[in-house]
Design a protein. Structure first.
Length: 640
């Protein structure tokens, strides 16, 4: 199963559930335990059918590169200064991202907490690689396999503790339903499978264990519980420092109103030794990171995100919750029900509701104050996945209240929940398939693609890419690209640049061309500039776009000298890439420039997809290119 259709996914859930309930009397008495087993089986099924560990850059990719890099550095290369990369820079260039201090110290952008959680599975991968004859440099399939399944381990741990918590507030059948909904009706499903090694499922587990330990410590404030709670809190901070806010739940747990503040302070003062143990345990977990920073940067405390930061005076809370770009309630509407559940939770258990509300308010404010409030490429509001263990409590209380008060309302909630499961599974596949964009969705694009799996040109033209260069300064605008799919003439004389100066803009400002860093005023066919390609920089002036089968495009460009060995290329992003290449000049002028021109047709065997046109210097000399043009000619007469 590759999440090809939500119907198939739901059918798989149903089959697993029927087999378990039909053959095991245990299930009928322990539905919540059975739900955890069911979830684990489904996740295993998804993992084995997607086998991400066999695909390059699908497991250790993006942020995970930094999270993971501590492990091979420490256990394989025995060098946390990361100087070992200098011996083979080509091998490590896409495997480790390092930043440098002014005096040459090396550090990782991400802290090492996730590496601690990966560690047992990394060691299993290392042993398996050695036994099975794989290379043991840390970046082969056995390592990736165990990393993917480490996420399942922590998911199950989180669910086990969440079950313990929920059983205090709901009967077993409602606990089972809640556990299923927290996974299958939210983006926790995606971050447990298709991007399993991202930190969110690990944080989900840590948060849930921390909530349970908080309850245990207040019931029995012993040194043992204090130490364990402190260790978990230290890991939370070490994985993602911003999650230190979960301390608010610990501080305010059991408080119903301001009148409880005095007794709480007195409670803390009487148990200062236990609190000191808690803080010491947390500090000991964080200490390796402090030592790493001191050795590598010269500072005990070091901000590793450079110019990335928060804009607390300009939080994008409404967009973070409701926008089509990444809104929490748009892509995970089940969490809207959880938020509604805070009201019945307050009515029944105000001592639990108040710390949750305080934490939720500050957490949402902090998350959406980050400069990239949409958090780059992500499915929904991914930082909020970490707190789903907390949000499950009001969700369970809401379901329980509906069940006791009105069977009709409860039935409607169950129908709605099933629809939200279907929606989440469907959108998970859409996101995997690229028909929900990772950072550029709009209301028009969302509803154009609603219920559809395959993206078309209209979808791409409805997207709204954010301007990252401005966002990092706290200014939120779109990049000046109005269209992505080429449905009219797109041409550039290589004169107009975007605000960042790293792209050419077509005269209509509808399209972006790469290659601005190769600009030259030495030679040009028109205007004052052209693209200069040398043997060391042979490619440039490219444009990416979407096309449909049967489309015809006229592609032209001028080159100098006219007899240079240079081409214009039209190619597909596909495993068996379709390419059309024009080498021969069809026209020359008196200044020595030659014109390349060809008609490229998308073969009928190709489904709609992404294509690229670019110029290519195939000679050993310098070649100049100017007046790049792509014109849509309509459909071809190619038969299916």
């Amino acid at each position: 199963m590759k999440l090809k259709a939500n119907q198939g996914f739901l059918r798989k859930i149903s089959v697993y559930w029927q087999l378990m309930s039909a053959k095991t009397a245990f299930v009928t008495r322990n539905l919540s335990k059975a739900s955890i087993v069911l979830i684990a089986l489904i996740i295993v099924d998804v993992n084995f059918n997607n086998h991400l560990w066999l695909r390059n850059r699908k497991v250790v990719a993006d942020d995970v590169i930094s999270y993971y890099s501590y492990l091979p550095a420490a256990f394989i290369y025995h060098d946390l200064s990361f100087r070992f990369q200098d011996k083979d820079p080509d091998f490590f260039k896409d495997k480790m991202y390092n930043s440098k201090t002014a005096d040459g110290g090396t550090y990782q952008k991400m802290t090492m907490g996730l590496a601690f959680l990966y560690l047992p599975f990394f060691l299993l991968g290392h042993l398996s690689a050695w036994l099975l004859g794989y290379e043991t440099h840390g970046y082969t399939a056995p390592y990736f396999f165990f990393l993917v399944f480490s996420a399942l381990f922590y998911l199950v741990v989180g669910l086990i503790y969440l079950r313990k918590i929920l059983q205090k507030y709901a009967d077993d059948s409602l606990v089972a339903i809640t556990l299923l909904l927290v996974v299958f009706a939210t983006n926790l499903l995606y971050y447990s499978t298709l991007e399993a090694t991202m930190p969110h499922v690990y944080n989900f587990a840590l948060f849930t264990v921390f909530v349970w330990q908080t309850m245990r410590w207040y019931a029995e404030p012993t040194g043992k519980h204090a130490v364990f709670t402190g260790l978990i809190y230290g890991l939370i901070v070490l994985v993602r420092p911003a999650n230190a806010l979960i301390a608010l739940f610990f501080i305010f747990y059991g408080i119903r109103s301001f009148s409880d503040a005095g007794p709480r302070i007195s409670f803390f003062l009487k148990r200062w030794r236990a609190l000191a143990l808690l803080l010491l345990a947390a500090f000991m977990v964080v200490l390796p990171q402090l030592i790493f920073w001191k050795v590598n940067t010269g500072h005990w405390l070091f901000y590793s995100y450079n110019n990335e930061g928060f804009f607390f005076a300009n939080p994008q809370i409404l967009d973070g919750l409701f926008s089509y770009r990444k809104g929490w309630f748009v892509y995970t509407p089940m969490m809207a029900l959880a938020v509604i559940g805070l009201w019945p939770l307050w009515k029944a258990h105000s001592a639990l509701a108040l710390p949750m509300i305080i934490f939720l308010i500050f957490n949402v404010y902090l998350i959406f104050s980050w400069w990239s409030w949409w958090y780059g490429g992500s499915f929904g509001a991914r930082p909020l996945v970490d707190s789903y263990g907390l949000m499950a409590i009001p969700l369970a209380v809401l379901l329980g209240r509906a069940f006791r008060r009105s069977k009709v309302v409860f039935t409607l909630l169950m129908v709605l929940s099933l629809l939200l499961v279907k929606l989440n599974v469907f959108q998970t596949y859409q996101y995997k398939n690229g028909s929900l964009h990772y950072d550029s969705m709009t209301k028009a694009a969302y509803w154009h693609m609603f219920g559809r799996m395959s993206a078309d040109l209209t979808y791409y033209d409805l997207l709204d890419p954010p301007d990252y260069a401005l966002a990092i300064e706290g200014i939120y605008r779109s990049v000046p690209v109005l269209k992505v799919g080429i449905r009219e003439q797109a041409e550039t004389g290589f004169e107009a640049l975007n605000e960042a100066g790293d792209r050419f803009i077509s005269p209509g400002k509808h399209y972006h061309f790469s290659g601005a860093d190769l600009l030259s005023e030495e030679k040009y066919h028109s205007g004052k500039r052209a693209v200069k390609l040398t043997p060391s920089d042979p490619y440039g002036a490219g444009i990416d776009f979407s096309a449909e089968k049967g489309d015809r495009y006229l592609v032209t460009v001028w080159k100098y000298p006219a007899n240079a060995k240079a081409s214009v290329v039209f190619t597909a992003y596909a495993e068996k890439g379709y390419s059309a290449v024009q080498h021969d000049v069809v026209e020359t002028d008196a200044t020595g420039w030659g014109k390349l021109s060809m008609i490229a047709e998308i073969p009928a065997v190709y489904t709609d997809g992404r294509f690229k046109a670019f110029v290519w210097n195939r000679s050993s000399d310098t070649v100049y290119f100017d007046d790049f043009s792509i014109e849509y000619l309509g459909k071809s007469t190619v038969k299916e």
